[in-house]
Structure formats: C-alpha cells, structure tokens
Design a protein around this ligand. Structure first.
Ligand code: HAM
Length: 434
C-alpha cells in the first residue's frame, strides 16, 4: 500500500507562531514582564492544566467559560483535569496552596502563557491564545486598583502606534452581599421577567439563570431591552460606591483617561467591585485587548481564607493585531555574518563565529560552501550590519576583511581586534577599501 501523504495541520483555532512574527510576539511578552517587574510583580508559572474544580469554583459553574468552553479530560487515574482557560484562579490556587500571603502584602505576581477556550474561532479569537497578566493579592485598597489599572493601560499604550488609541472602560459591580449586588440582581431579574417576550428567544433561558449576562448579548432585540434595564453602578452599597469614587479620583490623579461603562459586567463570576476593560474599536467584533477586576471572594470560593485581589490579563494576539505588527520590521539579533571562501577557511570561520559568540555578539555564518555572492545575500537576509570575510589571504594574515553593509566601507581587521571593533561600531582608522 502506498503511504498516504502527510496531511496534518494544527488543530482548529490554534496558531503556529512563526518567524519573523515570532520576534514581535516574544518581544511583547518580554516587554510586558519587564514593565510589570518595574512595578514589583514577580514572575509566576502555574501548570497548563488544573483540577477542573479550580475553574468551576473560580470562574463560576454558570459562566460561559465553564459551561461551554473548557477543554476538560479525564487522565488515566480518573481525575478530571482542564486546560487552563484563564490564569487568575490558578494563581489564587497557587498562592493559597503555598501560603504566599503569610509575608508582606500584597503578593504581586505576573504571568505570560497560553490559555485554552473552545470558542468559535475568528479573527482575534482562538482556541489557544496567549495572555500576559498580573495579580495582586492581600490588599483591598483602591490605591492598588488604580495601580493595576494604570499598569495595564500604560503597557498597552506602549505597544500601540500613536494612531491606535485604546479606550479604558471602568465600572463597579459591587459585592455579592444582600445589600449590594444580590439586591440589584433581584431587581434586574424582575425587570427581565417583565420583558421576557421582548428578549431574543436564544437569550430567554439565560435571562433567568444569569441575568447580568444579558448586557453582553449580541442580539439587537435583547440590546434594546437592556438599554432600559436598571444598572448595577446605581445600585451598589455605600462602601462599594466609596471604593469606586476613590479609584476614579486616583486614576484622575495619575492622568489615566477612562469611560465609566455601567453595562460592563465581565464574563467570569469571581469579580467584585472594580471591573475594567481595555478596548480598541478598530479590531471589530473581538475588540477587547484586555480586561480585569477585583475578585475579593475568589480565595474563599477555592476553599481558602479571605484574600482580596485584583488583576488583569491582556490578549497578546489581539494587541499585536491592533499594533499591526507582522514581524516585517522586527529587529535582528545578528551583528555579524562570517563569510568564508576556500575549504581551508571553513573551520576557521566556525572558530571565529564561536569566539565572537562567546564575547556576547550575535553571529551567523555560511555552512554550505556557497559562492561569496550567495553568502553576501545571506548576510543581508540575516539582518547583520557587518560581514567578516575570510579567504586565503586573510587566513594567512590572521585577519578578516570586515565590510559594513550600511556604509559599504571595507577594511582589514586583525582577528584579535575583531570583537572590539564590532562592539565599537566603527571601522578602525587606516586602510579603508570601498
Ligand atoms: P478575560 O476577559 O476572559 O479575562 O480575558 C482577558 C483577555 O484575553 C481578553 O481581553 C482578550 O484580549 C484575551 N482573550 C480572551 N479569550 C480569547 C480568545 N479566545 N482568543 C484570543 N484572545 C482572547 C481573564 O482571563 C481574567 N483572568 C483576567 C483577570 C486577571 N482578571 C483578574 N485578573
């Protein structure tokens, strides 16, 4: 039987991150962790999968992420595990498990990694996607809310060209207590019962089980009903209102522009008080670049002691889309290309490349005995500024002919001065050939 040709492709909704785009992708991730580190956030890694219960109790049994989007499987030991659809519940699980909150508070951690949700794929929405985010635990001061919101805002803005102007949407959704959100949800549910026939048929069941989600419905008929619905922002308790007022004043004081959006409710059930999203309309349907909020009851939902927290996660894929980065302008890491001609020169070429790399320089070289013309082309492809050319004469003299591709200048440089010359960025004085 003839073998079938290989017809494998990446699973639907996943992407290979290929060069040169991968430079942008990795650059963004690094820049995020560096920016977050400057605000005191230490890196954390949690497993790519968790006990399913972490997300059921964390994101909420009724949330769309849990009911529809989780990649859940049973391992050979019969345990139910789930690929992480988000990073907050795993971080809180880890902080509780390792008792990280016993020391100075807040515990501040930052992460970057893949998340998994079985959503319908479209531009900006994937089944494996990447987030960078922070979580700060143990303090419920509005100062922390403002710090976190500003950090995400500043990082997003730093990644976007000036013509891409994101918007920060801000809201308070109160806390679950009877004098606050519980009372509001009763009021909203009763409003929706009165208008149930006006809602889109597909929304009617959910209106009863999770009335807040009606604010996120994409159905025009439901949208028309919700335009007249009572708003959570008008119904939160005095303490939650005071907290919100302070967060707003603090954001004003640090010059972060925001729009209060009373319909902003977020898709995960753990949120309390401050909720926010960074959006850019230019992305179309998937216009949320990132989002977050406070989750003061999450630790208790996971079985721990009370531990307030706030954080955000930003969509790496979406920020790069908004920034219009395709990798074509990505910087190279190669400083110098070693070109060799003649069979004698190849081993010396490898030795020069190795020595320069040991000195911390970026070096590429020819491996295949190509013509000098072919190697010069390859040098340009590598992005190197310099080409160190090694032929018979140079071999005999213990030097290279060093060419600066930006100026066209060429000069003979002894091998023992090569690293210093490259680092100085200027050709040595003396015989310069053009
Ligand atoms: P989230 O709003 O579910 O929040 O996701 C945060 C961001 O991840 C979104 O704004 C979006 O940019 C990106 N994202 C979500 N789903 C997809 C997808 N299917 N494809 C591409 N990008 C996507 C959270 O995950 C919370 N854990 C954020 C948080 C941290 N809250 C508090 N701390």
């Amino acid at each position: 039987m003839p073998e079938e040709p290989l017809a494998l492709s990446a699973p639907k909704g996943t992407n290979d991150v290929l060069p040169p785009f991968s430079w942008e992708w990795q650059g963004l991730t690094r820049a995020a962790l560096d920016t977050f580190a400057l605000a005191g956030y230490a890196p954390i890694e949690t497993p790519l999968f968790e006990h399913t219960e972490v997300f059921v109790r964390g994101a909420g049994a009724g949330s769309e992420v849990v009911t529809k989007q989780m990649y859940t499987f049973e391992d050979k030991g019969g345990r139910s595990l789930t690929l992480r659809p988000e990073g907050t519940a795993p971080v809180v699980r880890a902080v509780l498990e390792h008792n990280l909150a016993r020391g100075a508070l807040p515990v501040k951690v930052a992460y970057a990694g893949a998340m998994f949700r079985q959503e319908r794929p479209q531009k900006g929405r994937y089944r494996q996607f990447f987030q960078v985010g922070v979580e700060a635990l143990g303090i419920d001061s509005p100062v922390l809310d403002a710090e976190v919101v500003e950090l995400g805002w500043r990082f997003i803005a730093s990644m976007l060209p000036p013509e891409v102007v994101p918007t920060l949407l801000l809201n308070t959704i109160g806390h679950p207590g009877p004098e606050c959100r519980a009372r509001y949800i009763d009021e909203l549910a009763s409003f929706l019962r009165g208008r149930i026939d006006d809602l889109a048929p597909g929304d009617r069941e959910r209106a009863a089980t999770n009335p807040l989600r009606m604010f996120d419905s994409k159905e025009a008929t439901t949208g028309a009903v919700m335009a007249a619905a009572p708003l959570v922002t008008d119904h939160v308790c005095d303490a939650c209102r005071a907290h919100f007022d302070e967060v707003r004043a603090l954001l004003d004081s640090v010059g972060v522009p925001y729009t209060v959006r009373p319909q902003l409710v977020r898709g995960l059930d753990y949120y309390t008080r401050t909720a926010f999203e960074y959006i850019w309309e230019g992305l179309g349907a998937q216009n949320t670049l990132g989002g977050g909020g406070r989750y003061d009851g999450l630790a208790e939902s996971l079985g721990g002691d009370a531990l307030p927290g706030i954080g955000f996660a930003l969509g790496v894929d979406r920020i790069l889309l908004a920034a219009g980065r395709d990798g074509s302008t990505a910087g190279t890491k190669v400083d110098v290309y070693v070109a060799v001609f003649g069979p004698e020169a190849a081993p010396t070429g490898l030795r020069i490349a190795t020595d320069l790399r040991r000195e911390g320089l970026g070096v590429d070289l020819d491996h295949g005995g190509r013509s000098l013309k072919g190697q010069m082309k390859d040098a340009v492809r590598s992005g190197a500024r310099w080409v160190a050319i090694l032929g018979e004469d140079e071999l005999a003299a213990g030097s290279v002919a060093l060419k600066d591709l930006t100026s066209g200048e060429q000069s003979s440089v002894p091998l023992d001065g090569l690293a210093a010359t490259l680092r100085s960025g200027t050709m040595p004085a003396g015989a310069v050939l053009r």
